[in-house]
Design a protein around this ligand. Structure first.
Ligand code: AMP
Length: 283
């Protein structure tokens, strides 16, 4: 496995691969790799000859009061995880490689896809995500790119960006990987103290509670959101950012459940903001 830090060296290697007729899969990450990232890398390795894992803590997707400086950076361990999962190349550029001096160009998906959910509490976040992912797409020019359903809104925003900008790249979405007790894996879980780690189970448990309500016949969006909020409020360390039950592709709210709905939530456990989601199916 190669560790490459510049756009030029990466492009040289990828040109060689392309000339040899090899397909390329890209897994964009911010590092601090865990089993969720590994599942994306394994999926990419199963479908492509060469897997590029980018590790880049993208400054433009962090707000001024967010955790950019504190974000975990664990390159040595990440390299072992990525190699084990089947990566051929780690692309780990410094900020100036991705954002050359005088950077002036942004990619921004406007409208309802970015207005609600995380877009409401993290203004500018998705503009940073779409800007960096479009740059990575142009640098790597993969056949396929791999993203996790863990970031459900990001998935829809990136699908829209790829369609609107005619990126000829297949976005391959992988299911959420969870710890044995249900907590969705996240690089930010490392911020949690042991007591907070236990309290964080309230997120996945509240999703299970919503599923139980739907199985019992509840179809009203507001009633389900209210019940999930009440459930989460039983945990003293939890502060709700949002709980929203939306259509899985346009992310707009409906009065009643559609065939498949997306229940998405963001909750602070102490100072750590965690997200989780699930599909609710009406049979
Ligand atoms: P991040 O490093 O947090 O920016 O995440 C990089 C990619 O890994 C994104 O596409 C995430 O959705 C995905 N990812 C993060 N956590 C998980 C998880 N628990 N299960 C599946 N995919 C994940």
């Amino acid at each position: 496995m190669q560790l490459l830090e510049t756009v030029n060296t990466l492009r040289e290697q990828l040109a060689l691969a392309r000339r040899a007729g090899k397909s390329i899969g890209l897994v964009p990450t911010m590092g601090a790799l865990h089993e969720g990232h590994a599942s994306l890398i394994r999926a990419a390795a199963a479908e492509n000859d060469v897997v590029v894992v980018s590790i880049f803590v993208n400054p433009t997707q962090f707000g001024p009061n967010e955790d950019l400086a504190a974000y975990p950076r664990t390159l040595e361990k990440d390299m072992a995880v990525a190699k084990e999962a089947g990566a051929a190349i780690i692309f780990h550029p410094p900020v100036k490689e991705v954002y050359p001096d005088g950077n002036a160009t942004w990619v921004d998906v406007e409208g309802p896809l970015t207005a609600g959910l995380c877009g409401r509490s993290r203004p500018g976040h998705f503009r940073g995500v779409t800007t960096v992912v479009s740059r990575l797409f142009n640098i790597v020019r993969p056949e396929r790119a791999y993203f996790g359903q863990k970031d459900a809104q990001q998935v829809q925003v990136l699908k829209r960006m790829a369609a609107d900008l005619f990126f000829d790249i297949d976005l391959r979405i992988q299911p959420i990987v969870r710890e044995a007790d249900g907590l969705a894996m996240s690089s930010r879980n490392t911020y949690l103290s042991p007591v907070e780690r236990q309290a964080a189970l309230i997120l996945s448990r509240s999703l299970a509670e919503a599923k139980r309500l739907v199985a019992a016949g509840e179809r009203n969006t507001a009633a389900i959101e209210k019940a999930v909020a009440a459930f989460i409020q039983t945990e003293p360390l939890a502060t709700i950012d949002y709980i929203e039950l939306v259509h899985p592709s346009d992310l707009a709210r409906r009065e009643t459940l559609t065939d498949t709905s997306l229940l998405a939530l963001a909750v602070r456990i102490g100072k750590t903001r965690l997200i989780d989601n699930t599909f609710l199916e009406v049979s």
